[in-house]
Design a protein. Structure first.
Length: 560
């Protein structure tokens, strides 16, 4: 049974499989490898996934959602068609669609996967990703950090050994990894990132500019108008990322032309975001203790690295041009598929060894009378330590006749424990004695699958308390079963109807974006298409779809 590799992205998601010829991407029902991470609930309760759902953001904003990856690990719900969905449930529907694509392509049931996550996803976000996979009927063999997956794919493609700095800027997150490849070993030396910085932020900066320039109140305009404005901002961002485009005309939600946006204006607008890109790059290099001049290649992956300002930033930082990966949107899924091959112990990869790092510092809360809240963070395993790793520290009682020691297991980089993520806790008994005389050794052992073993040994009694904190889902079996049953009742459209849904959603979006005679024409063409495509006696449905698609293209060309 095949193990698939999945890139569950903010903007787009992909699925791939390892084969004898290497990692291969799997196409969705409309023949595309990129499936937009968007969900829309139709009138009949069917969940539409992908490009059709993205188009429905404009025509049916109360039934559609995208960019929900940023809500993973939170309790924030999105209301679609009157029902609340958490981010992991919406992600589960995307994963289910990808799984069905793979099953159709491979001709077998798929229930095991390697799923990528941003390197700087914290424990709740990773657990939410596992919840999403379980709700989609997938058993996750491993969560792989996105830049690690990109590094793995690039490391196999690159001809020689060396040090590679991977800069991965996607729709919602930015990750950096430094990879050292030598003698078939691919060793991640350091990772850093910002899980709230991505291409969407550059788009949103344009949205704010347009709203200010044209006195649009983002808090009061309709969700449909906001979706149109965001789509226009995305078009401007992509247009200005074209090597030849220095300015672009602005089309407002009203249908009028609202002036122009130049590349210079755009880059001045997003200067604070560009500054934020520098910090993770510098942190990864500092943590790896490497001279930037010793880096052999700077590799750009992720769709948002198409922006010239990202390339220019790399040139300013390193004094040379970066390598732009030929498939920046695909490389993470390809790397996840390579990891699936490694997991399956494929003979073609028997000489490949991949190591990773712990992206966050792991430690515990200790009493500190010099701090305002009498507590500070005590690191045990530092961030970017190569895993597997085991480290220990000794702690002692702070009160006379103290009988227990309680350790909070924390993840993060803050001195104040309250600002870090609590993974769990472990409590151990100690014999009553004067303060400072009873001690324990606390050992943290972290493995490549994200499992953390905490072992506490009481020195005077030699007793050992041990607990394992797995990278496991938040949902217990009962809640999982209830949510799985609810999501299972939501049907996905038959694969043979997928292209029809895409064309209808595209027409509905154009109807929402146009006015007057153009709107009436689109309405008429849509009616004709739906009548024709639902005719049980129609034999050449592909010809009808091609004709309708070409008519819609003509309208889109006339709009821009």
């Amino acid at each position: 049974m095949a193990i698939v590799g999945i890139d569950l992205g903010t903007t787009n998601s992909l699925i791939a499989v390892w084969t004898s010829s290497g990692p291969n991407l799997i196409e969705n029902a409309i023949g595309e490898t990129l499936t937009p991470s968007a969900v829309s609930i139709a009138d009949d309760g069917v969940a539409i996934i992908g490009q059709a759902a993205r188009d429905r953001l404009i025509a049916f904003p109360d039934r559609s959602a995208a960019s929900f990856k940023r809500l993973m690990g939170t309790a924030v719900a999105t209301t679609l068609a009157g029902r609340n969905y958490r981010a992991e449930e919406l992600s589960a529907l995307v994963l289910r669609s990808l799984r069905e694509d793979a099953e159709a392509k491979l001709g077998e049931a798929i229930d095991e996967a390697i799923v990528s996550v941003p390197a700087y996803f914290n424990d709740p976000q990773r657990k939410a990703t596992l919840d999403a996979a379980r709700l989609a009927g997938l058993n996750v063999q491993r969560l792989i950090n996105e830049p690690t997956a990109a590094a793995l794919a690039h490391g196999l493609e690159a001809g020689g050994d060396g040090r590679f700095l991977i800069l991965d800027l996607g729709g919602g997150t930015f990750d950096v990894s430094l990879l050292h490849k030598f003698d078939g070993v691919m060793e991640v030396r350091a990772s850093a990132g910002d899980s709230m910085l991505g291409g969407d932020d550059f788009r949103d900066a344009i949205v704010k500019l347009l709203s200010t320039r044209h006195t649009l109140d983002l808090d009061t305009i309709s969700r449909s108008a906001l979706a149109i404005l965001m789509r226009e901002a995305e078009r401007l961002k992509r247009g200005l990322s074209d090597g030849n485009a220095m300015e672009y005309e602005i089309a407002l939600p009203s249908g009028s032309v609202g002036g122009k946006l130049t590349r210079t204006e755009f880059e001045e607008l997003v200067a604070p975001l560009e500054k934020r890109l520098r910090a993770p790059i510098e942190r990864a290099i500092n943590d790896a203790r490497i001279d930037p001049a010793a880096i052999d290649q700077i590799v750009l992956v992720g769709g948002a690295t198409r922006m010239p300002l990202v390339r220019n930033l790399a040139v300013r930082l390193f004094g040379r041009f970066p390598l732009i990966h030929p498939r920046p949107d695909h490389v993470i899924a390809l790397g996840a598929a390579v990891q699936a091959g490694l997991k399956a112990r494929d003979a073609a990869l028997e000489d490949v060894i991949m190591t990773d790092v712990c992206p966050f510092t792991l430690g515990t809360k200790i009493h500190d009378p010099l701090m305002p809240d009498n507590a500070s963070f005590s690191p045990i395993i530092e961030r970017n330590s190569i895993v597997p790793i085991s480290r220990s520290k000794r702690y002692v009682t702070i009160q006379d006749n103290q009988t227990i020691l309680q350790f909070e297991v924390l993840q993060g980089e803050h001195l104040r424990p309250s600002q870090n993520i609590k993974i769990g806790e472990i409590t151990v008994p100690v014999p009553p004695a004067p303060k400072g005389t009873q001690g324990v050794d606390v050992r943290y052992t972290y493995d490549i699958n994200g499992a953390l073993e905490v072992e506490v040994t009481t020195l005077s009694t030699k007793t050992v308390e041990r607990r394992i904190f797995h990278n496991q889902a938040n949902l217990d079996d009962r809640e999982l079963e209830a949510r799985f049953a609810t999501l299972s009742a939501i049907k996905l459209p038959p694969r043979e109807h997928a292209e029809n849904h895409v064309l209808i959603a595209r027409a509905e979006r154009l109807y929402a974006e146009t006015l007057g005679q153009a709107r009436e024409t689109i309405h008429l063409l849509l009616q004709q298409f739906e009548v024709a495509i639902n005719d049980p006696y129609l034999r050449d449905k592909e010809s009808v779809r091609r004709q309708f698609s070409e008519q819609l293209k003509q309208f889109e060309r006339s709009m821009f």
